[in-house]
Design a protein around this ligand. Structure first.
Ligand code: C2O
Length: 506
């Protein structure tokens, strides 16, 4: 195992990724798209992170990594650390134990869509599909805004937007550009790791004239399954095997198409698509994508993990959580889990765990609006999520992947346990696992995970607008074991960031 050290300074550069508008973006070491973090299973990753943004705090979160034993490196502002103030340095250090396709992004509310998001790839010396491909590629998808987030957020969360209409992206990007050319050779198989780093828009993805096999969801290998079109919500990753044709005359469009059902209104002239090209012959024409009327993506819940991990036993605890959007008395639209809209605590939740002794198992110490759910160690935890909103939401759990037992149909209403008893629904014997899952409009899902990873882990909608409007809760997992793990003390290297901004730690 190696130590992979990255020296990252975040600062501003100007870019025009969609060719329509130049703006400031958050770059790393003057580079944008920001660099990919590479590691191999077993490595230690060290990121010396310097904030040169000048006027705002920042952080890095490594999306999908379990951070086993290092919840204090999860990078969530006001949850696992004080955000890193402008002019300061913070060192992230953690071991990488999972292979697969991940990404990293700022986890200060609503910040990463200004550019601070990039792939994190963990190579696997024991990849079970290693002998089935010749080369690896990474493709990122993203929506893109011409305006900067702070201004968009303040008009989104205001009395002038009582319905909570989310700002609609100006365009879509692939590898932070458009009309990307992807050179390929005939008769070869490529392992393509696709990451949706969007603020908001899910994308349909397909390659004209080709099918492919899905083998990975959010870092978990699944049994190869043929598909023509997939759907990636914000924050999801899918790994596919693509075998190219035995020809060198034609090129083919590779299309990402933003799901316009998410948008309250569709602005004139919006092009929801980003098109790249699978280039077999650079002198041949680059074909346009054909228009699709009806999308029909592969349903991820049908996949089976390669390790065939069995359905976890009946849960020790099951939370039923409903989602809704509503106005508070100030006339602004907020998002709610069971009538609680998340408000960031003044003291990072992790520090409260570490300084409150036996009281750490008492949810009242964390404050109601942190929406703390306290988990005992090593239990099966179930979440039944009922979406009372007519919108789609991608839910993400930090610190874990979860088994997906059921996902209800659009407009199917709340989960009904009776369905299990009367046999109209059965749970899969080897459920699909991932870390970010779509719930359909007025639909539901049922997921399970094991509380085997003491830490402070958020569960939230990964649409950044809904992060800002409060669709977040906090799992405080095995707080007493967590105190032992961190010797009952706030890690020393966390103090500087808090002190530099006069932020309370107790
Ligand atoms: Cu991609 Cu809360 O994270």
């Amino acid at each position: 195992a190696d130590v992979r050290t990255y020296d990252f300074t975040v600062g501003w550069v100007n870019r025009n990724p969609d060719g329509q508008h130049e703006r400031r973006v958050m770059a790393i070491n003057g580079q944008w798209p920001i660099p990919t973090i590479h590691a191999t299973v077993g490595d230690q990753v060290v990121v010396n992170f310097k904030n040169d943004l000048g006027d705002r705090p920042c952080s890095l979160h490594f999306h999908g990594l379990y951070m086993n034993g290092t919840t204090h490196m999860d990078g969530v502002a006001q949850s696992t650390q004080c955000p890193v103030p402008a002019g300061s340095v913070f060192t992230y250090s953690f071991n990488v134990t999972q292979p697969g396709t991940y990404w990293y992004h700022s986890h200060v509310d609503g910040q990463y869509p200004d550019g601070l998001r990039g792939p994190l790839i963990v190579r696997d010396p024991e990849n079970p599909y290693a002998d089935q491909f010749d080369e690896e590629l990474v493709l990122t998808l993203s929506d893109w805004y011409h305006d900067e987030m702070p201004g968009l957020i303040s008009s989104f969360l205001s009395v002038t937007n009582p319905t909570g209409a989310e700002p609609v992206p100006n365009s879509a990007l692939m590898n932070d550009t458009q009309n990307l050319q992807i050179p390929v050779q005939p008769g070869k198989t490529y392992f393509i790791r696709i990451v949706n780093m969007a603020a908001f828009a899910a994308q349909y993805f397909w390659i004209e004239g080709h099918t492919f096999r899905i083998i990975e969801l959010d870092g978990i290998y699944h049994k190869p399954t043929e598909a023509e079109q997939i759907y990636l919500t914000a924050a999801q990753r899918v790994g596919i095997l693509l075998t190219t044709k035995n020809q060198t005359t034609d090129n083919f469009a590779v299309v990402g198409s933003m799901d316009q059902d998410l948008f309250d209104q569709i602005p004139d002239g919006l092009n929801p698509n980003v098109t790249s090209y699978l280039v077999y012959n650079k002198d041949a024409p680059m074909p346009n994508a054909t228009d699709i009327e009806e999308f029909n993506p592969f349903d991820d819940t049908e996949l089976v993990p390669t390790d065939e991990e069995a359905l976890y036993e009946d849960p020790a605890v099951s939370y039923t959580i409903d989602v809704k959007m509503d106005n508070l008395r100030d006339g602004t639209n907020y998002a709610f889990f069971n009538d609680v809209t998340f408000v960031r605590p003044k003291v990072p939740t992790l520090y409260t765990v570490l300084t409150s002794g036996d009281l750490a198992t008492n949810e009242t110490v964390y404050g109601v609006n942190t929406h703390p759910l306290i988990l005992s160690h090593n239990q099966v935890v179930e979440i039944v999520l009922n979406n009372h909103d007519p919108g789609k939401h991608p839910f993400h759990l930090h610190g874990h992947a979860f088994q997906v037992l059921h996902r209800g149909a659009e407009e199917g209403g709340d989960w009904d346990p009776e369905a299990l008893r009367n046999g109209s629904v059965t749970y899969p014997a080897t459920p699909m696992r991932r870390d970010t899952l779509l719930v359909r409009p007025n639909g539901n899902f049922v997921i399970r995970f094991r509380s085997d990873n003491p830490g402070v882990w958020l569960f939230h909608c990964h649409i950044e607008w809904h992060v800002d409007s409060g669709l977040i809760l906090t799992f405080v997992e095995a707080p007493l074991q967590l105190q032992q793990q961190l010797n009952g003390k706030i890690p020393e290297d966390h103090f500087d960031a808090c002190r530099a901004q006069d932020m309370p730690i107790e």
